[in-house]
Ligand binder design. Structure first.
Ligand code: ADP
Ligand code: MG
Ligand code: MG
Length: 198
């Protein structure tokens, strides 16, 4: 993938987040503090502001820079979690990643998010998307299957009760709403899958 393709990929992910910002905010209004759409919008504005230079960096440097921007601009719970995810990907993925390298790096990044959030799958968080997507990746799923898995996994957070994050303060009242971080993660993964499938 050349720098032009990397720039297109980053712009596509940012555009998805901008398009869904209100939806993400509405989800967070239901079970959180209503800022998730705005938080991620701010993060991806910071990332796109670094284009085209950012896309000229190697994958490791690009991902580390994007992760740093997330930590600094997004704030809240999700900033450090998304930031950790991208920075850890950058640390392990290597300059010319093949599928095996992506699977390994994604696995490490998921573990880093678990450690950072002191959380695991089943607690109604973004990990309920990242963990099944990691399993699908490791099992050799193609881009279309990974996209479908991500979207379905976010839907499966609806009946869950939140055990981590602000939504956990609601206890049983968190049931019946999709987790905002799971939804945003699924949108990012779906967009990457679409772009890689083009
Ligand atoms: P905040 O809750 O600080 O306002 P956001 O609204 O941006 O931050 O992000 C909320 C999302 O962060 C949740 O929907 C959930 O997916 C994720 N999240 C919160 N706490 C944790 C945690 N400890 N582990 C994993 N994910 C978490
Ligand atoms: Mg919030
Ligand atoms: Mg907040």
């Amino acid at each position: 993938m050349d720098s032009q393709a990397r720039e297109q990929l980053i712009r596509a992910v940012a555009a998805t987040i901008f398009q869904h910002s209100e939806e993400l905010t509405a989800l967070d209004q239901a079970i959180g503090d209503g800022d998730h759409g705005l938080n991620l919008k701010r993060g991806f504005e910071a990332v796109t502001a670094e284009l085209p230079g950012l896309a000229e960096k190697s994958w490791p440097d690009l991902l580390k820079a994007a992760g740093m921007a997330m930590v600094m601009k997004v704030g809240g719970a999700s900033g450090p979690l998304f930031g950790t995810f991208f920075m850890e990907l950058g640390k392990t993925v290597g300059a010319e990643p093949d599928r095996a390298a992506v699977v390994a790096a994604f696995g490490k990044a998921v573990e880093a998010v678990k450690a950072r959030g002191r959380s695991e799958a089943g607690q109604k968080t973004l990990l309920d998307v990242l963990v099944p997507v990691q399993a699908a990746l490791a099992a050799g799923a193609d881009a279309a299957a990974i996209k479908a898995e991500a979207i379905a996994a976010a839907d499966k957070t609806v009946p869950m009760q939140a055990i981590r994050g602000r939504a956990s303060f609601l206890g049983e009242r968190s049931v019946g709403h999709m987790d905002p971080g799971a939804r945003s993660s699924s949108l990012i993964i779906a967009t990457v899958a679409d772009e890689l499938n083009k």
